[in-house]
Design a protein around this ligand. Structure first.
Ligand code: NAD
Ligand code: ZN
Length: 260
């Protein structure tokens, strides 16, 4: 190993120790996660320089409510691989560590922008999915809810659009698309958690998506301390008490060792 790597790994270790110290002093820590926590599980994020999904497609053309209504083929071509990926993906050490910290009573809630269900799979219980979940779907015409098995069978095994078993309309996965508002009840709960938080832990988010990105700011305005684990820069970096500019598995994923 060269000198630079030795230096980086020892200074990273020191930073992780500082992060663990901050967490151990918190009375009410809340995690706020984004697509970056799931990239080590094989689900691409939107904005990473090489692999991000938005390098290949225009969000408004594929991931908007207008795309779903007016060009469902573009919409399903975009969401199908994401849904297939999410179905088979496994939580990584960062998801597992957040669940462990919740079990220990340190983390009180996980607010996530992700739609992949990996926090639930990892065992986190108080998960607030701001942008819904790609696991289930609802008929926009008659409101019938379609469960995970039904939706996944159709979306993963054929190129056809998934249709409502009652009225035959094209059904929409329960995710919040561009042009749609966030579910009010989940938003209210997330807002409350941020008011209660004395530490906010941001993991794998560019903090570019609004209004979700205003939640950590609410916690900060209320005096919460800030821990960030993200590879790319965010507009809150300069407010961070500890900034882990490293892969989530090398950062948050290692925190459990300090609480074992
Ligand atoms: P984003 O793509 O805007 O940002 C991801 C951030 O994570 C980037 O800053 C990147 O540098 C960082 N990152 C990527 N891999 C990392 C790693 N291994 N370790 C540390 N940092 C890493 O994602 P966002 O902020 O969540 O906002 C975009 C929207 O993406 C959200 O609304 C979400 O619904 C949606 N989305 C979700 C999924 C998913 O459910 N897994 C996947 C793609 C997009
Ligand atoms: Zn219907």
């Amino acid at each position: 190993m060269d000198i630079e790597k030795v230096f980086t790994s020892s200074s990273n270790k020191n930073l992780i120790k500082q992060a663990a110290n901050l967490l151990s002093k918190a009375n009410y820590a809340v995690a706020f996660t984004g697509a970056g926590i799931s990239t080590p599980s094989g689900i691409p994020d939107f904005r990473s320089p090489q692999s991000g999904l938005w390098n290949h497609s225009d969000p408004f053309k594929v991931a908007s409510i207008w795309a779903f209504r007016q060009s469902p083929k573009d919409f399903f071509d975009w969401i199908r691989p994401l849904a297939i990926n999410a179905e088979s993906a496994k939580p990584n050490s960062a998801h597992l560590c957040l669940a462990q910290l919740e079990n220990l009573g340190i983390i009180k809630a996980v607010i996530t922008q992700n739609i992949d269900g990996l926090h639930h799979k990892a065992g986190s219980r108080n998960v607030l999915e701001l942008h819904g979940s790609a696991q289930t779907a609802t008929c926009p015409s008659c409101g019938k809810k379609h469960n995970r098995d039904y939706f996944h069978r159709i979306i993963t095994q054929s190129e056809e659009f998934p249709r409502c078993s009652d009225c035959k309309s094209i059904i929409k996965p329960d995710v919040v698309l561009f042009g749609e508002s966030l579910p009010q009840d989940i938003w209210n709960k997330a807002y409350q958690e941020c008011l209660l938080a004395d530490l906010i832990l941001i993991v794998g988010s560019s903090l570019e998506v609004s209004p979700a990105n205003s939640l950590p700011e609410i916690a900060l305005m209320n005096g919460a301390r800030l821990l960030i684990n993200n590879l790319g820069q965010t507009n809150l970096d300069e407010n961070a008490n500890v900034l882990l500019r490293m892969d989530v598995e090398q950062g948050v994923g290692k925190l459990g060792e300090y609480f074992a």
